[in-house]
Design a protein around this ligand. Structure first.
Ligand code: 2AM
Ligand code: CA
Length: 269
């Protein structure tokens, strides 16, 4: 069974409650696909409503903790030693297109350190949890990153930059990295939710994940998840500035150095 600290318990309940709402809204999105206007406005309302439920639930149980959230920004609170980091809907583009691959992501920081994380896909009912020093779980199953050691066996996930994220130079850098990984490994996936990508690395489904320009709410819970599953997480220089730079590479201890070298060399081309 997963180790549920009191805070993780609060985060899990909040994710489940907000998840029930998301499931209903997702059903509506599927209906709206065929309308001329499309579901875009509806999704942005659904996103904000989910965020409101999460912030209300978290602040009811932990009044005073500040919450950093994708839509609301920083909701201040007097407790300066804690902070929740929330993504109410990671994988919005999937949700908008009726693709059932998205998640709620909640992390808790204490004294600037990630201590608890939840990533919840309400459609599959996959609940990923992690507590610092107590491991990572998918529902009741303890997680460990995959054991594959060689690039020739490595299935990676990534995020492809899109209109509005990244300069033309940054797009070129990504395509150089993609080329290097394509030439050295058997497969790459782009599923569109960074939070689930990291959870899936923790679960040993993907061997690695890298992406540039992400936000703290996309990756905070997933970083802890991978580390608690014995994986390695750094930025793309090999440093610790993931939350500041938004650049991230997660993999097991064998593949991480090999991929870092490959990506660094390709990124400089
Ligand atoms: P979001 O769904 O919360 O916006 C995938 O590359 C990551 O980038 C996702 O975690 C996604 O988080 C974020 N992202 C932001 N805008 C995006 C877009 N237009 N297309 C795909 N992903 C986007
Ligand atoms: Ca996100």
């Amino acid at each position: 069974m997963p180790y549920l600290s009191p805070a993780l318990n609060v985060m899990t309940s909040a994710a489940r409650k907000a998840g029930r709402k998301l499931i209903r809204d997702f059903g509506e999105v599927e209906n709206l696909q065929i309308s001329l206007k499309g579901p875009a406005d509806f999704v942005s309302v659904a996103d904000k409503r989910t965020e409101r439920i999460l912030i209300e639930e978290l602040q009811r149980a932990r009044p005073g903790y500040p919450v950093l959230s994708e839509e609301a920004g920083l909701v201040e609170g007097p407790d300066k030693s804690h902070r929740f980091i929330v993504d109410p809907l990671d994988g919005t583009t999937n949700f908008l297109h009726g693709i059932p691959h998205f998640a709620i992501s909640i992390a808790l920081e204490r004294e600037g350190q990630l201590v608890s994380g939840v990533i919840y896909n309400p459609i599959t009912d996959d609940l990923f949890t992690a507590e610092r020093s107590h491991g990572a779980y998918l529902n009741d199953r303890r997680l460990r990153v995959a054991a594959r050691k060689q690039l020739k066996d490595c299935l990676s996930a990534t995020g492809i930059p899109f209109m509005g994220r990244g300069t033309p130079e940054e797009h070129d850098r990504f395509f150089n990295e993609l080329r290097a990984v394509v030439d050295s490994t058997p497969g790459i996936r782009r599923f569109g939710s960074a939070a689930l990508d990291l959870a899936w690395v923790a679960a040993g489904r993907y061997d690695a994940f890298w992406e540039h320009g992400l936000k703290p709410w996309d990756i905070a819970a997933g970083m802890l998840m991978v580390r608690e599953a014995q994986g390695v997480v750094t930025d793309l220089k090999g440093g610790e500035r993931m939350l500041q730079s938004g650049d991230i590479l997660a993999a097991n201890e064998h593949l991480h150095p090999q991929l870092l070298k490959l990506l660094k060399a390709a990124g400089k081309l």
